[in-house]
Write a protein that binds this ligand. Structure first.
Ligand code: SF4
Ligand code: SF4
Length: 149
């Protein structure tokens, strides 16, 4: 019997992934592109339903990924050198999960083979957020949400 090749995210550490493997971990949920608020005392992060102006609300992908930092200087560019960034990601995020030694969730496109599975599972922000272009920053506190995963 032929031995099955282990999944790269199970056999390799985050630090040893190729760029392609690293990028493929993103499930396309768009959750990290929602505006967040941080409790200054506890450091706790709260997500809102207000999306970055560059987020495509239908595909839940960045509208200008390559040049995103030029347009959105505070876009969180994940890197292992900044471990604090992982705390600002939702618990469902593959990067955060693998960083914390947890497995991917069963709807992840790498497991299902279907990029739409993140939408079908109700994990993506499709249909549940509004662009920050329509919301005043002072109103963010009223827009805090809880994810259901
Ligand atoms: S939260 Fe994680 S998996 Fe979802 S879009 Fe952001 S980086 Fe990708
Ligand atoms: S610039 Fe792109 S990747 Fe960064 S938060 Fe905005 S939509 Fe997301």
């Amino acid at each position: 019997m032929q031995k099955q090749k282990p999944n790269f995210w199970e056999s390799k550490s985050l630090a040893n992934l190729t760029k392609k493997e690293w990028e493929s971990l993103c499930d396309g949920c768009g959750r990290c592109c929602l505006n967040k608020l941080e409790d200054e005392d506890t450091g706790e992060i709260f997500f809102t339903d207000v999306a970055c102006k560059l987020l495509d609300l239908e595909t839940c992908r960045c509208g200008n990924y390559r040049h995103r930092v030029k347009h959105v200087p505070d876009c969180l560019v994940l890197s292992l050198e900044h471990s604090e960034y992982f705390n600002a990601l939702p618990n469902s995020c593959a990067y955060r999960r693998l960083y914390e030694g947890k497995p991917l969730l069963d709807w992840h496109p790498l497991l299902t083979g279907d990029p739409d599975s993140v939408h079908q599972a109700g994990i993506s922000v499709r249909g549940m957020c509004i662009s920050e272009e329509h919301i005043h920053a002072d109103d963010l506190e009223d827009r805090i949400i809880q994810f259901h995963d």
